[in-house]
Structures are given as C-alpha cells and as structure tokens.
Design a binder for this molecule. Structure first.
Ligand SMILES: O=C(O)CCC(=O)C(=O)O
Length: 377
C-alpha cells in the first residue's frame, strides 16, 4: 500500500522505514568524502570533551570545550537516567505508530511546529533520511492530541513523561547558563549585572525536535541531517545508544568529522550561532550533521534554548572588555533571514569552510570590508 507520506507534492515525505533503496531525491553526492573519526575516550585530540557538572573545575572544562569544539558531552547533570530511558521509549513508541496516525500532526508549509521532515529541509533541495516532531512546552498537549485525539492512555502517559522531561531540562538549562557565564570568567557580581540587564536565563525560550533516523539501505548515499549550526544559544541532544552525530573539525592534520560516542546517561551540548555572538566569538557555534546506518534506527531529542525572537543579542560588554565587538546586534528572527541567505548562496560550500556562514555575514569587520548589506538592525 503506498504510504500517505508519498503523496506530498514536494516528495518531502517519503516512507523511509519501508524503503529498499535510496532514491535520487534522497542521495547526497560528495558528502561522504571526508574522513570520519571516532570521538571516544581513546581518540586523543579527537576525543569529544566530557564535562562533569559535579566537578569543582567544571567551568574550566566548559570554557576549553566551548572554545575549541563548541560542543561537549555533559555528565553529572542531574537529569535522572531512568527518566531519559522513559523519554526514549515513549518517543520510539510514537515513531512506530502507523504513518496515517503520525500524519494527523503533519506540519504544513510555513508551520514551525508539528510532524514532518527536518526543519532545515526548506533550505536544501535534497531530502534527508529522517523525520521528526517539533514542539514547544506550550503546545505539547495540543500537538499530542492530534496524534491521540481520544486523549487516552498513550496520550496521558507520553504527555506526563515529556512534561517531567521538560521541567528537568529547563532547570538544567538555567544551571548550565550560569556555568557558561562563570566559564567566560565573569565574577558573581558581573553575572548578577548581566542577568539584571539582559535577563538571559529567565527569558530563554525552548523548542524541541524529536528526531527519528530509520535504518537506511545505503547509508553512504544518504544523510540523516545535513550539516548545519544551531541558530540559538545552545542545544542539549539526547541520543539513544546509536551514534550518528558528527562534529566538523578543521585540519591539521585534515578536515574531518568526529563521531560523538553514545555514552549512557550523558547529554550532548552544542553551542549555537547566537551564543557565539553573545560571547563575541569566544565560544564557537559547532557545525554538525547526522549520518544513518543500515542496522539500527536512531532516535534523538534536540532541546534548543533560544532568546526571545525579537530581543537583540549583542556581544556582552563584560566579555568584550577593552576589545571590540566582533558581531553586530541582531534578533533571533533576523538571524534566521541571514541564515537562509547563507544556505541559499553557499549551501554546499559551508560544510568545508569555503562559503560564507551566517556568522561570517554578521561579522562587523567582514561587512565593513566588502560593503555588503546583508542585514540591517
Ligand atoms: O540527532 C542529533 O544527534 C542532532 C539533532 C540536530 O542537530 C537537530 O535536531 O538540529
């Protein structure tokens, strides 16, 4: 029986779980040429940094990882492992539902929330080997009622688990924001001043992607998620025990992708574009992608912390100190416009550091150099 997913006129929905081959619409040529390195503990310089929040020197470890990688594995975060296991099981159960049931929550053109292909699909012409559900704490119940209109046991159970998860994640996000500010070298007094002026911690908003990467008959032709940076402040990623997230690292010795290991109970933290701006380029936004595999499906949750869409974000004066701001001030909504432009003009090149990323386009010196008017405040 043809899947409802196949009926989408843009062929954005394709029944990935049932596919026997990777069609041309989902084939990514030239994306599997760089070496891939395992980022496990034995990998020397390529070992993905690990931060334990219980460690008295956690702030130093956060600073090092954020400057050198823009990403790290977080342990000792306080979110119970048994809750993470319930979240994973609930999400796996939801993705296993028949397609017509999931499609009751389908995202339509222009929608930000709901079920469908990855959000970055609108920036690229090829399709990715994944689908997912984008939600916020505010619309969680309304969204889940679309999938489970009877508001029965599944709905109640899964909503309860996700509410618990969101509460824990928000508390963790607030604690990590404080740790980031300490890692930037700010004193307690400066942190209080930053909070009084910008209300960073309280005002961050949350969006969540529940991602499903089905098994793929030819992983060397497909991509679970094309390379990208996250647009907001920072992101927590929870993954099942199937690795697939790759972090881009420039040479020497060679440009490469580092695979983040699946560490039970650990969460991954990715720094996003607006955090690079806030920290005046000291903490780096990490370019990352997801690959798929033949044997096992992968599930992840990306939990994004984003400033309110219409609030200007500029380098913190406490970080700039006696130096100069490297980036112009802009809102998250404005940054999305620049991001689309970067994808449209340099999409394929961004991966290998050749094109102009959204951050390059926002850099003050770069704009002054070429006189380009990419963005107005
Ligand atoms: O699945 C992952 O590991 C990462 C997900 C991600 O980057 C995203 O949802 O934007």
């Amino acid at each position: 029986m043809p899947s409802q997913l196949n009926k989408d006129p843009h062929n954005r929905y394709f029944d990935l779980g049932a596919a026997r081959e990777v069609p041309d619409t989902h084939a990514w040529d030239g994306q599997h040429e760089l070496p891939v390195v395992d980022g496990g503990v034995g990998a020397g310089d390529d070992a993905v940094p690990v931060v334990d929040m219980r460690d008295p020197r956690a702030a130093e470890a956060v600073a090092r990882a954020s400057e050198q990688w823009g990403a790290f594995l977080l342990e000792g975060h306080g979110v119970p492992t048994e809750l993470l296991a319930r979240v994973e099981a609930g999400i796996a159960g939801m993705f296993a539902l028949p397609t017509p049931e999931k499609m009751r929550a389908a995202r339509h053109d222009g929608d930000l929330y709901g079920y469908g292909p990855p959000l970055i699909a609108s920036y690229v012409s090829k399709n990715m080997w994944s689908e997912g559900y984008t939600l916020t704490p505010a619309n969680l119940h309304a969204e889940f009622r679309k999938i489970w209109p009877d508001a029965g046991q599944h709905y109640r159970h899964f909503s309860g688990v996700m509410e618990e998860f969101l509460k824990e994640m928000r508390s963790l996000a607030n604690r990590l924001m404080e740790l980031f500010l300490v890692a930037l070298g700010l004193t307690a007094e400066q942190i209080a001043g930053v909070e009084a002026e910008h209300n960073l911690t309280e005002s961050m908003t949350e969006t969540m992607h529940l991602n499903w990467y089905p098994k793929c008959p030819d992983p060397t032709r497909a991509l679970g998620l094309k390379g990208h940076t996250d647009s907001g402040f920072f992101t927590f990623v929870m993954q099942n025990q199937v690795p697939g997230l790759h972090l881009f690292r420039h040479g020497p010795p060679a440009d490469r992708w580092v695979e983040v290991p699946a560490v039970p109970g650990a969460l991954i933290v990715n720094i996003g574009d607006l955090f690079q701006i806030l920290t005046n380029g000291r903490f780096r936004s990490v370019y990352h992608r997801v690959v798929v595999n033949r044997e096992r499906e992968r599930i992840s949750v990306a939990y994004f912390l984003i400033p309110p869409a219409d609030v200007k974000v500029a380098p913190l004066k406490e970080v700039v100190g006696g130096g100069k701001p490297v980036y112009r001030a802009l809102t998250w909504s404005e940054s999305i416009v620049v991001r689309k432009e970067a994808f449209a003009n340099h999409g394929a090149d961004l991966e290998f550091g050749k094109g102009r990323t959204a951050l390059d386009m926002l850099s003050i010196s770069s704009d002054e150099d070429d006189g380009a008017e990419h963005h107005r405040d």
